[in-house]
Design a protein around this ligand. Structure first.
Ligand code: CA
Length: 225
């Protein structure tokens, strides 16, 4: 049974969502503040989180930012305001979808099904060693990369860097982490070699296909969403 975590401090909304999701056959747990929600989400025992933005202790955006350091748990964000900045920063930080309150429950259930289905398909692909984002697919068994049907020619190092980012999709990786994973623990050199190789990848992928595959997170590192 799929397990859903609902993080919402407004009791009536949380209870209503819980009842509807339970009726659909999901196993539901609730948290009514951001700190507790983050702890529960990090336990790794959920398949999806519904996360309100306006929460006591830690707001939803902060919960998401912290969660995404280590977890790709699918997240649907709720926002009370029809606030474009909230949506943008939520999606920017790796939310899978968002809903504006008040919402129709059928709409939320549809989003839940869709996000779950995507996560399941992704898991099946990943079991075969394939990773996808923005239409770019890497196949670690065949050691190939492609945009749709068009092969992307990469050097070994570029390929390893791309695979590392893809395997950690939605998680921001620091230059040091990338250096360690791609160049090896004993690599002695400047971390700006990472920036150089990110530029190579962008010139072969983002620039050619007009996509934004690799995002820079200022002062932190790089992420593929
Ligand atoms: Ca709230």
């Amino acid at each position: 049974m799929s397990r859903i975590l609902v993080v919402e401090d407004e009791f009536q909304i949380a209870r209503f969502v819980e009842l509807e999701l339970t009726h659909e056959g999901y196993d539901v747990e609730k948290a009514d503040n951001g700190r507790q929600g983050l702890e529960m989400a990090e336990s790794g025992s959920f398949d999806l989180m519904i996360l309100d933005i306006m929460l006591p202790e830690l707001n939803g955006l902060e919960v998401l930012r912290r969660l995404r350091k280590s977890s790709d748990l699918p997240v649907i964000m709720l926002t009370a305001r029809d606030s474009v900045p909230d949506k943008v920063s939520g999606l920017d930080m790796g939310a899978n979808d968002y809903m504006t309150k008040p919402f129709a429950i059928e709409e939320l259930l549809a989003r839940v099904r869709s996000v779950m289905r995507n996560a399941r398909e992704r898991k099946e692909m990943e079991a075969e060693g394939k990773y996808e984002s923005c239409g770019v697919i890497v196949d670690t068994a065949r050691r190939t990369a492609a945009f749709g049907d068009t092969p992307i020619e990469l050097t070994n190092r570029e390929f390893e860097l791309l695979v590392t980012l893809m395997q950690n999709r939605t998680i921001v990786l620091s230059r040091e982490t990338l250096l360690e994973k791609v160049w090896g623990y004993n690599y002695v050199g400047e971390t700006n070699i990472v920036d150089v190789y990110i530029r190579y990848l962008r010139s072969k992928i983002d620039d050619v296909y007009g996509i934004n595959l690799i995002s820079t997170v200022r002062g932190v590192g790089y992420v593929i969403k």
